[in-house]
Structure formats: structure tokens, C-alpha cells
Design a protein around this ligand. Sequence first.
Ligand code: FE2
Length: 386
Amino acid sequence: MAKDIKSVDYGLEKIFKGAKDFLPLLGTDYVEFYVGNAKQAAHFYKTAFGFQSYAYKGLETGSKDVVSYVLTQDKIKLVLTTPLNSSSQINEHLVKHGDGVKVIALWVDDAQNAWEETTKRGAKSYFEPRTEKDADGEVVRAGVHTYGDTVHVFVERKNYNGIFLPGFKAWESDYNPQSLGLKYVDHMVGNVGWGEMNDWVKWYEDVMGFENFLSFDDSQIHTEYSALMSKVMSNGNGRIKFPINEPAEGKKKSQIEEYLDFYEGPGCQHIAVATDDIISTVRGMRERGVEFLTTPPDTYYMAAPKRLAEHDHKLKEDLETLKSLGIMIDADDEGYLLQIFTRPVEDRPTLFFEIIQRMGAKGFGAGNFKALFESIEREQELRGTL
Ligand code: FE2
């Protein structure tokens, strides 16, 4: 049964106390995208999102089949990978899914152990533990499959002092747009097929040792036209959060169904990245050409102070400024949060980004779901996919 958002108890430490976490995760290590043109995608993420050049591998470093650009902003690392010939298997992923997230890499202390603990609980191996070395030390990585063609790679880098991974060199660029204050990956959301959400919830529980600490059913997440269901999975220390969505029946096509149609299967729907100053981050992103979903109507902003007051919180930011930038506000008992969603960042209406600033709240903006989905539906209408 879905928990009431107002009474969510994030007692994760209580839940995990006593039971040993068999898969201790230190954080998100990197997110790897397979893209059609990594050079141009890298330029986009530098220019529009304020990512910095970090590492590179390609023909110049002896990588004959793939090129990868690694971008960083505070704790976030994005890897953009493109095949250099038609025989690479990456092409199949690109043909089927378009640009999208292939790898959600998780930072661990012991990759061999992470792979053994998950595969013995039923994870399908993507690749067995392997050690990569260079003059700066060694990295151990291993991978398991999750929903669709997406994979988790466990990365153990405690014996490595080099740039990113063996095989990469530092990427020095003359073009270095200023950072926009993005700090870390807050959560990453997966879209799965009809009726598959609970199977994946169980998979994350049984195989990865995660807990389902928040649920939304279609009575909570719906508009006049469409609906979806969502369950949020978290690891033991709360550093990794994976909401899992599935479509639900509505009068018209769910945005999740639209995603599944265009991604041609389950995959990563959005990456939420945190900032300490969403006003300056979003202002900068807008100036640099990032497209966001349409701003909620005036009535939404008129109601916002009351929604905060119900939880005894007072907005520190100027409401008019938030409204002018289209930033949404949600509150729970512990605090409030500010968030905004980009339009899809590729031509297929698939992956998008969320920018989030947490002011104490630990939720996911449930109070904004309706306004958000109505905004998405206006865009689906234009695409003829509602
Ligand atoms: Fe989100």
C-alpha cells in the first residue's frame, strides 16, 4: 500500500540496523551514455549544463573501436561513448534506443564481492570482475544487468590515482565554460513495462539489498488524461535512490508508455542532479539554451506559500523569481524542495534531466506531479503521442 507522503518516515537506518548491508555502496561513480556523436554531445553538456572536460579515450590513446569523453561537475561524472566502426555492438543499442543511458556505475570498496553477492542472488552478469591497470594503479570493475538493456557496473578504485580509469588520459580543452553548480546525482529513475514495476522492486530488494521506502499509485499520480505508478528504491545508506515507474491506464497515453514506445523498451527516464542554488543554476542553463518544460500556471504559484505553511515552512527564495524561471516547489514535514525538469535532451522523447535543490525535504516532489504531468501532456499533444 502506498504510504502517505506527509507521514513518510525515512527510517532507513532503522530498517537496515541489525541486518548487514551485503552491498555497501559509496555513491554513484559515473553514468555512461551511448550516443551517436560523443564529440558533439560533450560540447552540449559543457556549454549547456556547465560540465568540465575531464578524461578522454579514442584513437589517440589506442582505443580503436570506441571513443569516450568524460565530463565532470563536482561529484558527477558523465561518460559519452560512441562506436568508431559498424562492427561495435554499441551500434545495436543506438539503433534500438537512440542516445540513452547504458551504465549506471556504482562506487564500491570491493567490486569482486559486489558482483558475487548480486549474482548469487540472481543478478545476470554483464561482465565478470576484471582488473584494469596502468602506471597509476588499478581499478576493478564488474557488471550486472538491470531493466531493459541498462546495466550496473561496480567500480572499485581505492588502488587507483590516475584520471578516471586506466586507458583514459586527461582531457585538456581550450573551451571551458563555467560550471553551473551541479553537485551530485540525487536519484535516477527507471521506466519499466506494464505490470513490471513490482518485479523490479523485488529485484532491487532481493538482488541489491535495497528498500522500497516510498510508493505512489495511480490514484496519486494522475491527471485528467493519464497515470503512472512509482516506487522509490534506496540502498542502505540512502546515497543511491532509484524510483521505478510503470505506466497505468488512463483516458490517453501515459508519458511512461510514450517513453517505452520511443526507447523501444525499459530504460533510464531521468537523472536528477542536485544544486545548492537552483536559481543561479537554472538561470545559467536557460541562458545557455537548455529547454525546460513549460512553467506551471499562475494559480500554481499563488497556492505555493499555503502549501509550505501547511508544513510550517517558509520559502527562503523569492517566489516571483522562482516563477519567472519555472521552478516548482514541494514540501513535506522535514522541509521543502525546489525542482525543474528539462525537455528530453535528444530527439526521441526519452531521457531528460531534473534539477533539484533540497531544503530539508527528502521526497521527490509528489505535490508537483500533477502540474508536471500536465506540462508533459501539453508537449505530448504537440508530438501527437498523447
Ligand atoms: Fe525525479
